[in-house]
Design a protein. Structure first.
Length: 575
């Protein structure tokens, strides 16, 4: 590639490939090696914050372990949650409390013991265990070892853990595979090269958007392992352009709790390179999609530690996959990850999921393209960021020749438009004084005020529900060949915009929510009626004015108010 300011030489040969949404084993190797360097620096920083007589012997043991067995110790250093632990340790050490220093010294001792065990060294360490169990990072947990003084001894054949309430001897920790009553090893979802672990024991695995599950039962683990094996096969055979990157980057899967039964969620963390969090599922296709999606996040998190792609601060932006406004960095993360989702569905289409895959591909291609346009027009990208986003744009543009039906294009356009209006209604409200002025003019039979209104106000920050827009669910159903029913959403995705508008108005007059207003805006847009989609001010002002006049008898119809708002002599709202 031609030189780009801010891109280190080690990444220069891989930058464009990563920007395009891919990045194979060679690119991942560079990112992973950099993570190893980062972890070593974090270990050194933690050691420097501890009393030398307490920490230096542990550092010496880590160095000896790495010299004796570089590969196993490097593998331990790059275990995903080591970053989360060390980053948290540095934060806690900043508090300056003796109890915190003692706790972190014990955690560092357990880490050093795990490294020495992996290197099969002869060693002895003492630590003060703060909980009934003792976690040896990346290896497993000694259950019920007891709170208080613990001694760990190791040699070439085994490791002994001697605690206040239990003594445990484990043969070759690094190859343990089966549970024993007192030793719970980290289990393997796959035994390939590299292996993928299931991490349901590490105390620092709570760095995701969803709470981690406790250790899975044998039955639940076996089901997930079976599904993961099939997901791996799907990646290898159907998504080869992503499979190498996933295989090279992914070290472990963390099971997390979904918000409700039957709902599958996933996440990645900038503090856990190499891991993804997924709520357990039997659906191998879904696992494959989530792996591609979350590994994309993982790659971008790692890249951003070396390359500044955007400027700090800045505006908040619309992201089709989120209910809340997002800063430019979060928008870039979502765009990059959903570029991978669009590619998943593109490759999924031929003879596999049929019209449903066609719809999903067409929708995500449209949404990603819109987000790329927002990024490029944000004026918040660095030169490297502009090149990166143009790389994403090139991938999307290469899909323009992909054959999709006109029906799928229409569905995607309607859902994309409805989603944007829904987001505006969720996040913004018209200023109450302005709404009162409009309502007063309406009651008096006056024209709509000719002056421009102030910008709409952002609603107070709340934890918004991340429910799926109804219009998207209806489009998925009809694309998959299901009977979507006779609701307003079903009528809209079937193309009966006039009847859909009537149903939406009836729902709104009964107190309907944002999905009804969004659907009505799409139906009107398709029929050339008052356009409530062009500016974020329109849907918020219309809804809030309608609400203000709802108790007036006879109360005005939404379309009547929309005509009144859009036929005044002033420029359009927000212009």
């Amino acid at each position: 590639m031609s030189p780009v300011a801010g891109v280190p030489p080690s990444l220069a040969d891989h930058f464009d490939d990563l920007a395009a949404g891919y990045g194979g084993a060679a690119a991942i190797a560079v990112l992973t090696a950099a993570q190893g360097t980062k972890r070593r620096l974090l270990v050194r920083a933690v050691v420097d914050e501890l009393p030398p007589d307490a920490a230096q012997p542990l550092m010496d043991l880590l160095v000896a372990a790495e010299r004796a067995a570089p590969d196993p110790v490097a593998k331990l250093l790059t275990a995903p949650h080591v970053d989360a632990w060390l980053s948290d340790a540095l934060r806690r050490l900043g508090e300056g409390r003796a109890a915190v220093r003692d706790r972190i010294r014990s955690e560092l001792a357990a880490f050093a013991a795990a490294a020495a065990a992996a290197a099969q060294l002869t060693f002895e360490l003492r630590l003060d265990n703060a909980s009934p169990d003792l976690v040896l990072p990346g290896l497993g947990v000694a259950v019920g070892i007891g709170t208080g003084a613990v001694t760990i001894r190791g040699d070439v054949a085994s490791v002994a853990v001697l605690g206040p309430t239990r003594e445990l001897r484990i043969g070759r920790l690094s190859t343990a595979t089966a549970d024993t009553p007192a030793w719970l090893p980290v289990r393997r979802l796959s035994d390939g090269d590299p292996e993928v672990l299931l991490d349901d024991i590490d105390p620092y695995r709570s760095c995701y958007s969803w709470p981690p599950l406790d250790r899975l039962s044998d039955q639940d683990f076996d089901r997930l392992r079976t599904a993961w094996a099939e997901a791996t096969r799907i990646l290898d055979h159907e998504h080869p352009c992503h499979a190498d990157g996933v295989r090279a980057a992914l070290r472990c899967v963390v099971p997390v709790m979904p918000p409700s039964a039957g709902h599958t969620v996933s996440a990645a963390s900038r503090f856990a390179y190499g891991a993804i969090a997924i709520s357990p599922t039997d659906n191998a296709q879904q696992l494959a999609e989530l792996a591609i999606h979350e590994v994309a996040h993982m790659k971008l998190y790692a890249l951003l530690e070396h390359v500044d792609l955007y400027l700090p601060g800045g505006a908040l932006h619309y992201a089709a996959w989120r209910p809340d406004p997002r800063p430019v960095g979060a928008l870039m993360q979502g765009t990059y990850a959903h570029l991978a989702v669009a590619d998943y569905w593109r490759l999924r289409r031929p003879g596999l999921d049929g019209p449903w895959a066609d719809y999903e591909f067409t929708l995500w291609r449209r949404l990603v393209s819109d987000s790329i346009a927002s990024l490029l027009s944000s004026c918040e990208l660095t030169p490297a960021g502009e090149r990166f986003v143009h790389g994403m744009a090139g991938t999307v543009q290469s899909w323009d020749s992909e054959p999709v039906s006109g029906r799928c294009v229409r569905l995607a356009e309607d859902v994309a438009l409805g989603g944007r209006v829904r987001w505006c209604l969720t996040n913004f409200a018209a200023p109450s004084a302005f709404v009162a002025r409009l309502a007063s003019a309406w009651r008096r039979g006056q024209p709509c005020p000719s002056h421009e209104p102030p910008a709409v106000d952002a609603k107070p920050a709340t934890r918004l529900a991340r429910d799926m827009p109804r219009l998207h669910l209806a489009a998925r159903a009809i694309a998959g060949g299901a009977d979507a029913g006779s609701s307003a959403d079903a009528l809209l995705v079937a193309g009966d915009y006039d009847t859909a508008a009537v149903r939406y108005v009836a729902a709104i007059e009964e107190g309907g929510g944002v999905d009804d207003w969004a659907g009505l805006a799409v139906a009107w847009h398709r029929r050339g009626r008052p356009d409530m989609t062009g500016e974020k001010t329109y849907p918020a002002v219309l809804r809030d004015l309608f609400t203000a006049l709802a108790h007036r008898y006879p109360h005005p119809a939404p379309e009547e108010l929309a005509e009144w708002l859009t036929t005044r002599p002033s420029p359009p709202f927000g212009r």
